[in-house]
Design a protein around this ligand. Structure first.
Ligand SMILES: [Zn+2]
Length: 150
């Protein structure tokens, strides 16, 4: 199957330069949901060059700026699904820019933190979830060490 981000249809392309494209999302989570996509087909963030990473960040800024000027959303969620377990379905890295409006959902609190909520989870006690998801002291320590080592 052809990669939808390597050869996007003309009508979904809003902007492009040598390194990136800004596309409209075909299954928008909100009005104005955009994708910032490197032109080169890479699956993982680590495969990008530093120049491509900067270009993606600039693309995100540009998308936010232009959405602010046109659709005038009140806020944004920005995120990437890195890997299949995180919900990445197209194996071509992409960054979501999701405009948000006051009152567009009943419980906006948490934003991208809700990425791991299944619909049926919504009735789960949040405190229980936080407890279940908390790292052990040993895990925190391992992470701290790894970050300190650089
Ligand atoms: Zn691709």
């Amino acid at each position: 199957m052809e990669c939808p981000f390597c050869s996007p249809k003309k009508d979904v392309i809003l902007h492009e330069d040598e390194l990136i494209r800004i596309l409209t999302d075909s299954y928008p989570a909100s009005r104005g949901h955009l994708l910032v996509v490197p032109k080169r087909h890479v699956e993982r963030w680590e495969e990008l060059t530093e120049t491509e990473k900067s270009a993606l960040i600039r693309g995100m800024e540009l998308a936010i700026e232009k959405l602010r000027g046109t659709l005038k959303p009140g806020a944004f969620n920005v995120g990437m699904n890195l890997g299949k377990a995180a919900g990445q379905t197209v194996p071509h890295l992409h960054l979501h820019v999701i405009p948000r409006w006051e009152g567009d959902c009943a419980h906006p609190r948490g934003g991208v933190r809700k990425a791991v909520l299944d619909l049926e989870d919504e009735n789960l006690n949040l405190k229980e979830r936080w407890k279940r998801n908390r790292m052990s002291e040993e895990e925190v320590e391992r992470l701290r060490e790894a970050l300190t080592r650089g």
